[in-house]
Design a protein around this ligand. Structure first.
Ligand code: F6P
Length: 356
């Protein structure tokens, strides 16, 4: 899926743990561009290719050394796809299979694990949770999330400093198509006045009233942190078909922030500017928290295998590393609870979520 600034750190953890158990592990292969690349026989022998110095670099180099893919495996485990894939794994004498990724990746490794059990294959599967969205069910945190929050917060901070010299409305569009964890944290951290999340459909009039109230109170600017998946109450009430029809006949905006900005400009007469940090939120130096988490999860995943505990995702619960059955994780989204304490606390200090 979408790489994070720290995905290499977890790969580092797996390679090092594999090297520590050289009695059980012959070498560590890396699929290039995930399962899709492996199907095209694109992989490398990491144990032979990476020197100790390379490994140290890998630990601190952002983004994805092995590339990435967005590839959904067939739902039907009887599909010949699985036999072909397992023949490739067996040809390389693969004993243990680690997959590092978000929802689609955990779905992939869950299907492979179930197929292996079905054919009584000796190959063992482990998932390692990675996504900036932090929307994986079963773990408190996914690595990449805190680094993305840092970047989104830094963007909002920088907009704040320039906003004081203009009487404008500034919108920062934050990554998070289906869930708003990054936007919620960065919005609060950056002191946004309004935060719009996919999980809390907004009323544009409520948004505009919040802006007008600030203007009347003498505030020179307003700042909105908007998730790229933010949605109006009207659109949220529509079926997929109705929404598609509406978008087909309506004005096409580059992204949700521009649509919201146009409406705010129309209703309040304010001048609006939009900033979209986009994929910067997945790049650059990983923050120390994520480096630690990625290394912990990578090493824990390898230890699960050594302890012959298969079909799990390594996870973080109350700051302790644990394991969650892949079957419980696959296909589930950990969304922002509209009634969560963070939103209540944010509302208490005057932040609007456009819903009331
Ligand atoms: O899933 C991570 C993520 O960065 C989302 O936050 C974002 O909506 C999506 O990936 C972007 O996907 P792509 O990089 O394929 O445009």
């Amino acid at each position: 899926g979408g790489p994070t600034a720290v995905i290499n750190g977890s790969l580092y953890g797996v390679i090092c743990e594999g090297a520590r158990h050289s009695d059980a592990v012959g070498c560590v292969y890396g699929m290039i561009n995930g399962i899709e690349g492996f199907l095209a026989d694109s992989y490398m022998n990491l144990s032979e290719t990476l020197s100790d110095d390379d490994l140290e670099l890998l630990r601190l180099t952002p983004a994805a050394y092995l590339g990435s893919c967005r590839f959904k495996l067939p739902e039907n485990l009887s599909d010949s796809f699985y036999r072909v894939l397992f023949e490739k794994l067996e040809r390389l004498d693969i004993g243990y299979f680690f997959y590092i990724g978000g929802n689609d990746s955990m779905d992939t490794v869950s299907k492979l694990s179930r197929y292996a059990a079905q054919i009584k294959s000796p190959i063992r599967f482990i998932g390692i949770p990675k996504t900036i969205d932090n929307d994986l069910w079963g773990t408190d945190m996914t690595f990449g999330f805190q680094s993305a929050v840092d970047i989104a917060t830094d963007t909002i901070d920088r907009i704040h400093t320039t906003a004081t010299s203009h009487s404008r409305v500034f919108i920062i569009e934050v990554m998070g198509h289906k869930v708003g964890h990054v936007t919620l944290h960065a919005g609060i951290a950056g002191g946004a006045d309004i935060i719009l999340l996919p999980e809390v459909p907004y009323d544009i009039q409520v948004v505009c009233d919040a802006i007008t109230k600030r203007t009347k109170a003498g505030k020179r600017f307003s700042i909105l942190a908007v998730a790229e998946g933010a949605i109006s109450k009207e659109d949220a009430a529509m079926s997929k078909k109705e929404l598609k029809e509406k978008k087909k006949n309506g004005v096409v905006y580059p992204s949700v922030a521009y649509e919201i900005g146009a409406k705010i400009q129309e209703v309040t007469g304010s001048e609006v500017r939009v900033t979209v940090p986009g994929h910067m939120q997945r790049g650059g130096e990983p923050c120390p928290y994520d480096r630690v988490l990625a290394t912990r999860l990578g090493a824990a995943a390898a230890e699960l295998i050594i302890n012959e505990e298969y079909g799990y995702m390594a996870a973080l619960k109350n700051n302790e590393i644990t394991k969650v059955p892949l079957s419980e994780v696959a296909g589930k989204l950990k969304t922002v609870d509209p009634n969560c304490s963070m939103i209540k606390e944010a509302k208490r200090i005057g932040i609007s979520f456009g819903d009331q």
